[in-house]
Design a protein around this ligand. Structure first.
Ligand code: F6P
Length: 546
């Protein structure tokens, strides 16, 4: 089934949501809690190791009902089935969207053009297992028979961000291998990595779905040249691995067939960490943990595919996001994990969310008349509290924020964990409640300031509150829970794309800059500039002056 091409603003639910928004937009979150003592329980979902509390949002039960009605009028249920069944929902590229098949259970059937792809997926998983076991155990060695100590992942975008995020996130489960990532075409990036490496004990994984991406090709070439200054040509077979769909280009690069881990065109780059793109994750934490990551994602898939929309975590979080984006006019969302291990989570989700839903054309090709993709940003707490929380608390912008915290610390330092989590809970409470004039006054009266000074200071110390947050309280940062968390955001992306009537799985918007860069590169190399605007031309001339 193709996804329908309905403008969401023409649905009855959208009209009702508009009226409902007008009726409740001025209400303070505090009053929702005063009026409904059961709210914390009603507006939360407990699932597996997750408690998702969405009660600190500027919504009522009526809002949720209307949002669910919108989802139904946009035919979300059928769309979810089309997504999991391998229908060609990536219409502009004529592809299925099946990252979920990469973590399917062995006995499941997922058809692509009439063929069950699950056996192939498991074949590659078996290859990942054999390979990672052999490297970790030292059975597989480099050209001089020494075991590998360092792994370098060469890739960009989805071929980098997922592996970086996940290997950092699972740092607690890491083995002895040092994992490095080279992504930027900035030559200083690759040199900084190279200087840490010993060619005899380093394994290179070139990850590129297309195997044509400029950054990855340049970095792989530079690394290969450096490697061959130290090692014989035959050593390439021991030290270079490729993850890609492009067999021909891999061969041209000189990587042997045995060292190729295939990908499929039904997996988008930004959703590919579940494929062999995640090889560096398996190498870093071992196959068992890697498998757990996939299992966690699979259990979130089942939750998403089978739960009623009203108790479906990705659905509810996606609809709340639509509520702020389209009715309150919020432009950004912050994601704040209270664990340093997740310090690359928001960078990873930026690609997933913004490359997917940063679209302005409706599915019928016309320009949309409403807002789509949200801007995503964030950093771990508590660091972020000392950086940008001022703006969330007292700035003029409405920033719905996800707080992700864990009940148990990994190293068992309970004292630190209590402090960390005290901040976690305090922030969402403070953002919701704010501080009233009376409260500020009372506080200042005890400080010995004159009444005049108090009155002058008072407005600056006020907190309006009413700042919405979602709390995700998860048992612990295990590979399984990480898998479920990532899958949650993946499905949230999908739901929003369905509601916004856009195609979430292409990324034509990254092409124009790439094309122009090719032309400009030639011009820079020949010191001859073609037709540019006056600003670009002047900058290019300045750059070319020695
Ligand atoms: O930035 C565009 C993009 O196509 C991403 O979607 C993708 O993850 C990245 O480039 C890398 O592409 P490849 O894996 O083909 O090198």
């Amino acid at each position: 089934m193709a996804l329908p091409k309905t403008d969401p603003t023409t649905t009855p639910a959208w009209q009702q949501l508009t009226a409902h928004h007008n009726a409740i937009k001025e209400l303070h979150l505090k009053s929702f809690f005063q009026n409904d003592p059961k709210r914390a329980k009603t507006l939360s979902i407990e699932w597996d190791d997750f408690l998702v509390d969405y009660s600190k949002h500027r919504i009522t039960e009526e809002t949720v009902d209307l949002l669910l009605q919108l989802a139904q009028e946009m035919k979300l249920g059928a769309a979810i089935e089309a997504y999991f069944s391998g229908d060609l929902i990536n219409e502009t590229e004529g592809r299925a969207v099946l990252h979920t098949a990469l973590r399917a259970k062995k006995e499941e059937t997922v058809l692509v053009a009439g063929k069950n792809v699950v056996p192939e997926v498991y074949e590659i998983r078996e290859k990942i297992k054999r390979f990672s076991d052999a490297v970790i155990s030292g059975e597989k060695t480099g050209y001089s028979d020494k075991p590998f100590t360092d792994i370098v992942n060469i890739g960009i975008g989805g071929s980098d961000l997922g592996p970086v995020m996940a290997t950092e996130a699972l740092g607690f489960y890491k083995n002895h291998l040092n994992i490095h990532f080279v992504s930027n075409v900035d030559g200083d990036h690759v040199q900084e990595i190279i200087k840490k490496l010993d060619p005899e004990t380093t394994l290179f994984i070139v990850v590129s779905k297309s195997f044509t991406t400029q950054e990855t090709q340049s970095n792989a070439q530079t690394i290969k040249e450096w490697f061959l200054q130290h090692a014989p040509e035959t050593a390439i077979a021991e030290h270079f691995i490729a993850v890609s769909t492009n067999a021909e280009k891999i061969r041209e690069f000189g990587i042997t067939e045995d060292n190729v881990f295939p990908m499929w065109d039904w997996v988008g780059g930004r959703f590919s960490l579940w494929s062999a793109v995640g090889l560096s994750i398996a190498l870093s934490v071992g196959y068992k943990n890697y498998e757990q990551l996939l299992e966690g994602a699979n259990s979130m898939d089942t939750h998403f595919r089978t739960s009623e929309l009203s108790v479906n975590i990705p659905v509810i979080l996606a609809l709340i996001s639509v509520w702020y984006n389209n009715f309150f006019g919020a432009e950004t969302e912050a994601i704040i994990p209270y664990t340093q291990y997740l310090h690359r989570l928001s960078a990873y989700l930026q690609q997933g969310i913004m490359e997917s839903n940063g679209k302005s054309r409706a599915r019928n090709g016309e320009r949309v008349g409403y807002e789509t993709g949200t801007i995503i940003w964030g950093e771990p707490g508590t660091n972020s509290q000392h950086a940008f929380f001022q703006l969330i608390h007292q700035g003029t912008k409405l920033i719905p924020t996800d707080f992700i915290g864990f009940k148990k610390p990994l190293h068992g330092n309970q004292d630190h964990h209590n402090k960390l989590m005290a901040n976690f809970f305090a922030q969402t409470e403070a953002l919701m409640n704010g501080k009233t004039e009376e409260e500020v006054q009372q506080e200042l009266q005890g400080s010995g300031l004159s009444e005049e000074d108090i009155q002058q200071l008072l407005p600056f110390k006020l907190f309006e509150g009413n700042k919405p947050t979602t709390t995700l309280l998860i048992d612990r940062l295990s590979p399984k829970n990480l898998g479920a968390l990532i899958a949650l955001y993946e499905h949230k992306i999908f739901v929003q794309g369905v509601v916004w009537n856009i195609f979430s799985y292409d990324q034509w918007g990254v092409e124009l800059g790439k094309q122009l860069a090719k032309t400009i590169l030639k011009e820079i190399e020949n010191s001859e500039f073609g037709n540019h605007d006056a600003s670009t031309l002047r900058l290019l001339q300045k750059f070319s002056q020695k």
